[in-house]
Design a protein around this ligand. Structure first.
Ligand SMILES: Cc1cc2nc3c(=O)[nH]c(=O)nc-3n(C[C@H](O)[C@H](O)[C@H](O)COP(=O)(O)O)c2cc1C
Length: 331
């Protein structure tokens, strides 16, 4: 599958989710499903300029995770240039510019989602990124700040079409909305897709193969980015891929079977996972806590699963964690 100049194994992308899509999480998801591209959550350009070492941990061994995208947030051209220069020493595949973060901090600092209030500035930032970065550049944004109509979408499409970026990811909501307090605007996404001359990645509320099909069938986006839908459901990418390309329905009948399918896979590879990667976490303990967190997420939406979660969180080491996973599968 081609996304601009990138060739990916499929058109599914793991979204950047701050504090969630960590290196362990990204590798965890890729053990379950083929994922075209994974994303490192946002790095602040100003912080990077002041103290490049501050992001070493975030970027440790990312070359093992290719294809991978790194995201920058900021509105200062000089900070952006110096962040890009610093990043050139890393091996990655896409540089993504964040113009969609709705947090109060980002809006106050005039960055992230606030960039949609000043499309001229957004275009400048994107053009600088394209000029100075040797990798393809993408944009991640939403459909508007406080409102979205065809006029605004035409203006946004102009920026997308003329700044030299390779593709744009659109979360089909406005910046003013938080995550769950508004419906997804698939009509807006479809309209933007129609006037965009580069590939568009659709994003928002994809939680299973059916919501993925609804988005891609209606809007005709070129690829789909999945964030929260992957938490506790890392097989989602496989299931979406099977459904979109071959109409293969998910084989499990209910959440318990899905959890068992997940935990069986997790149990099988957990040793290998720990042996193979020497992630740069300061404490082995922290690595284990993340593995446990991922296991606990697999019990999401399971009726009466408090006892399983309790056993998982009581596990003190890998052996105990594996035992709990094994017990789940034997029941
Ligand atoms: C906890 C959390 C952290 C996020 N961190 C980032 C981020 O670092 N960069 C970014 O562009 N979007 C971030 N997002 C937005 C997601 O990438 C995505 O656009 C949004 O969650 C909608 O997609 P979903 O419904 O598939 O989760 C974050 C969202 C959440 C919930």
């Amino acid at each position: 599958m081609k996304l601009g100049s990138l060739t990916l194994k499929n058109n599914l992308i793991l979204a950047p989710l701050m504090n969630i899509t960590t290196p362990i999480y990204r590798r965890f998801c890729r053990h379950f499903s083929e994922i075209g591209l994974v994303s490192v959550p946002m790095l602040y350009t100003k912080r990077l300029m002041k103290n490049p070492k501050s992001v070493e941990q975030d970027l440790f061994k990312i070359e093992e995770e290719r294809p991978i995208s790194i995201q920058l947030i900021g509105n200062d051209i000089n900070a952006l240039k110096s962040a890009i220069t610093y990043l050139e020493s890393y091996k990655f595949d896409v540089l993504d510019i964040n113009a969609g973060c709705p947090s109060k901090r980002a809006i106050k600092a005039n960055e992230g989602g606030a960039l949609l209030k000043d499309l001229e500035n957004l275009k400048n930032l994107l053009s600088v990124a394209v000029k100075y970065c040797s990798k393809p550049v993408s944009l991640k944004t939403r459909l508007g700040f406080t409102h979205s109509d065809m006029n605004f979408l035409n203006e946004l499409a102009k920026v997308i079409n003329t700044s030299g970026i390779s593709f744009a990811t659109i979360h089909a909501r406005l910046i003013k909305y938080r995550m769950n307090d508004s419906k997804l605007d698939l009509k807006g996404l479809k309209n933007l897709k129609q006037i965009a001359e580069i590939p568009i990645v659709g994003n928002g509320d994809v939680i299973d193969p059916y919501t993925a099909k609804k988005m891609s069938g209606y809007t005709k986006v070129d690829a789909i980015m999945i964030g929260r839908g992957s938490i506790g459901y890392p097989l989602i990418f496989s299931h979406v891929q099977d459904y979109l390309s071959n109409e293969i329905e998910i084989s499990h009948q209910n959440n318990i079977q899905l959890m068992k399918e997940h935990t069986k896979i997790y149990e099988r590879y957990i040793d290998e996972f720990l042996k193979d990667i020497s992630l740069n976490y300061s404490h082995e303990e922290f690595k284990f806590v993340e593995l446990k967190r991922n296991a606990i997420w697999l019990t999401k939406n399971i009726k009466d699963s408090t006892y399983i979660r309790r056993d998982l969180s009581n596990a003190k080491n890998l052996k105990q964690l594996k035992n709990v996973l094994q017990n789940i599968n034997e029941k």
